[in-house]
Structure formats: structure tokens, C-alpha cells
Ligand binder design. Structure first.
Ligand SMILES: [Zn+2]
Length: 288
């Protein structure tokens, strides 16, 4: 029997089995599918698994994760996923109901993993309450490695760090001369980054959930700006940045773009270290 004849017979057999063998139909991707709520978790997942799994994320670039409700298309993606990763209920309140319906084997809740928290001294005192720990924990590279490790364990992949101690040390050295710099951020999202790179925690216009601060906190913020030499005001692409622009104009401070969601970061095996490197450059752009 010729090879052509064998191929023909296999094709007929596959067709009889109901398998679609049309030549122009791409084969379905057989790799496991990881779906993450926000892009930073996709950056970590892609860096952790490389080509061993497909990685997709749900949050569109122009949205804040703090007030995002999952559309039907997102629920469909989640139902197809082998592993769904999110930060947790306080961070993504709008996704809590959908996430709670997933089987525990399929869901990875990052806030429940052992992770590094900024020093107690960094916890912020608000008018109303003592702020819970900052949930933007992907901004500390040690946490990035811990999340990556949990993903690799779930998928049965060999352990591999997504950012090395040497890379972290190099970034620390780049920021070493800015330990005392005062800066203003759009919302309280950078305690983990500041802690990891020995910076002062930034002054923030909005709270850790992106909400407007109480009147007393706003008053205190203005007093602090007047007393300190503030380097810049950071604005984030997914927020309109109106309140940041008003304060920047009022105190004649430069506006600098900061992208904690990695919106312009390409998903690749090196995505996480590139993402942290971009943030380091954006901080330096404010300080210099
Ligand atoms: Zn945030």
C-alpha cells in the first residue's frame, strides 16, 4: 500500500469517527487554558508556563479592576479554562459571585497564597479605618515568583523563577538613590513596589480601591504636598486622571505615566521581568 493510500484510509476512518479533517481547519489547541482576571496575572502566568499552556485575561485595557463586572463572554472563557486565576474578593468585588461558582481545583485565589506584605508601618491610617493590606501584590517581584510557583505546581510543570535575584538586585540599584523621594500616585497601589525597592510609600489621591478619599484625608494630602518637595504625579492609563491633573496643575507638578496593569506589555516568557523593568523606568522618569 502506498503512503498516499494509507493517508487516504486514515482520513476516511477519521471522518467515520466524526473527526473534522478539513484541510483549512486549524487543529484545536490541545494545551491547557489559563484564564486570569487581570493582565498582570496573565503576565505572570505566561512567564511561568511559557508555551506549555495558553494564557488569556478578561479585563479590557481601559477598565479599572476595582469596578469591573464580568460580561457573558468572560463567563464563557472561564468555563472553558483549566485554571482561573484572580487576586481575590476584596480586590475584584464584581467577580466574586462568578468565581465562587468555579470548582476549587480550577481556581487559584492569589491573595490566599503565602506572600510578602509591606511592613506594618506602611499600612495607611485613613479617617474611617485602618486600611487593609495593599492587594496589588504582583508589584513585588518576590510575590511574582510565588504566584508563578503556585501556577507551575497546579499544572505539574518544573519550578522556574520568572525574575531572578540578580535582576531584582539590578533594579534595586537603579532606584537606590531615590529612597527619600516623595511622589504622588493616582491610587494606593504601590506599597508592594515601594517595599520591594526600598522607596518611600507614595502619597495617593485615591484609596486602594480607586475610590475618592474622605475630606480629612484629602485635606491632609494637600498639607503634605505643601510641606514636601514632590517629584511628580503619576497617572495610570485606565483612569481618566482628571483629579491627578487638577492637583498637578495646582501645585505645578509634572505628570508621569505609570502602568501597573502592564497594558503595553507583550505576553512572553520574559514578560514579567520586562514589566517590572518598565515600572522601574517609569519611576525613574518621575525622580530624575
Ligand atoms: Zn488598583
Amino acid at each position: 500500500m502506498t503512503i498516499k493510500k494509507i493517508q487516504y484510509n486514515i482520513m476516511v476512518w477519521l471522518l467515520m469517527m466524526g473527526v473534522n479533517v478539513a484541510a483549512n481547519q486549524p487543529l484545536p489547541d490541545a494545551r491547557p487554558l489559563i484564564v486570569t482576571s487581570i493582565k498582570p496575572l496573565a503576565i505572570i502566568a505566561k512567564s511561568a508556563v511559557g508555551d506549555a499552556a495558553q494564557v488569556q485575561y478578561l479585563l479590557p485595557g481601559n477598565q479599572s479592576p476595582h469596578d469591573f463586572a464580568l460580561p457573558i463572554s468572560a463567563l464563557k472563557k472561564m468555563s472553558k479554562a483549566d485554571l482561573v486565576i484572580w487576586i481575590g474578593p476584596d480586590f475584584e468585588a464584581g467577580s466574586t459571585k462568578a468565581m465562587s461558582k468555579l470548582s476549587i481545583n480550577k481556581l487559584l485565589t492569589v491573595i490566599d497564597l503565602p506572600h510578602t506584605q509591606p511592613d506594618q508601618g506602611n499600612l495607611r491610617q485613613h479617617d474611617e479605618y485602618l486600611m487593609e493590606a495593599d492587594p496589588h501584590l504582583w508589584l513585588n517581584p518576590n510575590n511574582g515568583n510565588k504566584i508563578a510557583d503556585a501556577i507551575q505546581v497546579r499544572l505539574g510543570l518544573p519550578a522556574k523563577e520568572i525574575i531572578s535575584d540578580q535582576q531584582i538586585a539590578r533594579f534595586k540599584a537603579e532606584l537606590a538613590s531615590f529612597k527619600e523621594v516623595t511622589y504622588l500616585t493616582h491610587h494606593e497601589a504601590y506599597d508592594h513596589f515601594a517595599d520591594a525597592f526600598d522607596l518611600k510609600p507614595g502619597l495617593a489621591i485615591r484609596n486602594a480601591s480607586g475610590g475618592v478619599q474622605g475630606a480629612k484625608t484629602q485635606y491632609r494630602l494637600r498639607k503634605t504636598i505643601e510641606k514636601n518637595d514632590v517629584s511628580c504625579v503619576f497617572i495610570e492609563p485606565q483612569y481618566q486622571g482628571k483629579d491627578a491633573a487638577i492637583i498637578a496643575a495646582e501645585y505645578d507638578l509634572p505628570l508621569v505615566q505609570l502602568d501597573p496593569q502592564g497594558l503595553s506589555q507583550r505576553l512572553s516568557e520574559h514578560a514579567y521581568s520586562e514589566f517590572i523593568g518598565t515600572l522601574v523606568s517609569q519611576f525613574k522618569a518621575c525622580f530624575q
